[in-house]
Design a protein around this ligand. Structure first.
Ligand code: CAO
Length: 427
């Protein structure tokens, strides 16, 4: 039985490295390539494996020491088993060259161990990617079967702390639960933004959490295409403004949105596929013989989509009045779940705010949604001259599994035509 000195290998730096874990204690029996210690340089964390099998006699280092390549780690009483052994003339104790083939994935930083005069280099050090974690965290990761290379560290200098390991496990479980429940939504890794500056962490209310999930699901599961167009609403606006003036205060205000709801119903009747839902197995289309129009309403707590039921049976005034009541209910948190269910098509209007176009997300299980931006006076060529016209930008997003691009273009063209001639809305 020979006493063998094991020394710090070359880990690709000429600066001192930190001892962050001693994995054995005197009296332990170690196998070839069993981890003896973990060292950390400014570039990487490296496990140092044993070059021979034997029993640990003494340990020369402790956690927190800063050491250079060649420093004595420990003395082993070898049982003679080593990958390749050779004597060093300068050594007072037997030495052996490291089993170079032990490195599974050599990189510039996983330089193979070298034999130093007077001692034995460990087996090739194993680079642990750029994982920075203390012994307790490594132990926890081992117990939970977590690969630390996949965990993002939120400690000082991106060091992985116990909470990171727990969060990683939680994320994996959530992801698995999502897959099991069929939502299958990818879970994005958590990031510690405070690494780059001060942050405030605000909890999200239930509405925002639920709508985030719904939007995400719709966005990743529906192949979206958006068809853009612009409708000439000069005549409609003249009519709306004069009608509002005629009716004066007290009565219901006729809104552009109410006309848009009415025009939607007429366009949906002309193109019934837009008023359908696809069966989850993709085998059937359920075309609905009712016309319930969802309206996206912006509230301080988040977005809600109350529904104007049976809009086909209502006049523009009645729709305007109901819309007013629903948006008030939405903003005072008085909407009931039933107020937000059963829509067959939705409208999202940002026209009161601004913008020229956007890409609304289809409100699944519907197959299309109309986005409306701010109308503007524009010069429109009438064949002889440019005429001023109030143009309303339309952005129709649709589920391309159900609706072809040509159908979408026809739908929007028809819709624009209806808005262009207010008389057609009453037909
Ligand atoms: N172009 C130009 N002006 C428009 C317009 C348009 N397309 N649409 C509305 N306006 C005008 C209105 O006429 C009104 O002007 P007056 O006060 O002079 O009459 C003003 O803009 C404010 O309109 P409004 O937005 O309050 O009312 P609305 O009937 O157009 O819309 C509602 C009601 C509830 C849809 C709206 O308040 C809202 O919440 N919009 C946001 C919806 C949203 O967030 N969608 C995004 C979903 S995707 O994230």
């Amino acid at each position: 039985m020979a006493a063998i000195e094991v020394k710090v290998p070359d880990v690709g730096t000429d600066k001192p490295v930190d001892v962050i874990e001693i994995s054995v204690k005197p009296g332990d029996t170690v196998a070839i390539e069993q981890t003896l210690m973990v060292i950390e340089s400014d570039k990487a964390t490296v496990e140092v494996p044993s070059p021979v099998a034997g029993v640990v006699k003494t340990i020369a280092l402790k956690v927190g020491d800063q050491v250079m390549q060649g420093a004595l780690i420990l003395v082993l009483e070898g049982d003679g088993a080593s990958a390749t052994a050779s004597s060093s003339p300068a050594a007072s104790t037997p030495t052996a060259s490291a089993p170079l083939s032990a490195t599974s994935s050599p990189t510039p930083e996983t330089t193979t161990a070298v034999t130093k005069p007077g001692g034995m280099a460990p087996a090739a050090p194993v680079l642990l990617a750029s994982v920075h974690a203390g012994p307790a965290v490594r132990k926890l990761a081992r117990e939970l079967g977590v690969n630390l290379a996949e965990v993002s560290g939120t400690g000082v200098k991106s060091r992985i702390i116990k909470d990171d390991v727990h969060l990683h496990v939680k994320n994996l479980l959530t992801q698995r639960a999502g897959q099991a429940s069929g939502t299958g939504l990818p879970v994005l890794p958590s990031i510690d933004f405070s690494k780059w500056g001060s942050i405030e962490s605000l909890p999200l209310n239930k509405l925002r959490r639920v709508s985030a999930q719904n939007l995400h699901r719709a966005w990743v599961s529906i192949p979206h295409v958006t068809q853009h167009d612009a409708a000439d609403i000069s005549g409609l606006e003249d009519f709306r403004v004069s009608e509002n003036a005629r009716r004066k205060e007290g009565g219901v205000k006729l809104t552009l949105l109410a006309f848009l709801v009415k025009a939607s119903v007429l366009a949906l009747k002309e193109y019934p596929k837009f008023n359908s839902s696809m069966a989850p197995d993709g085998e059937k289309l359920f075309v609905k013989n009712y016309w319930h129009i969802g309206i996206a309403v912006d509230t301080p707590d988040g977005l809600v989509v109350p529904v104007i039921r049976d809009a086909d049976r209502k006049g523009v005034l009645e729709i305007a009045s109901e819309m007013d009541a629903l948006s008030k209910k939405a903003r005072t948190k008085k909407l009931l779940p039933a107020d937000m269910q059963g829509a067959t098509f939705s409208i999202s209007s940002l026209g009161g705010i601004g913008g020229t176009a956007f890409t609304p997300i289809v409100n699944w299980p519907e197959v299309a949604i109309l986005g409306v931006s701010k109308s503007r006076m524009q010069p429109v060529w009438d064949g002889k001259a440019f005429q001023p016209a109030l143009m309303l930008p339309l952005s129709l997003s649709y589920d391309h599994r159900v609706i072809d691009g040509a159908e979408a273009a026809r739908f929007v063209t028809h819709f624009s035509g209806l808005l262009g001639d207010v008389r057609r809305l009453s037909l």
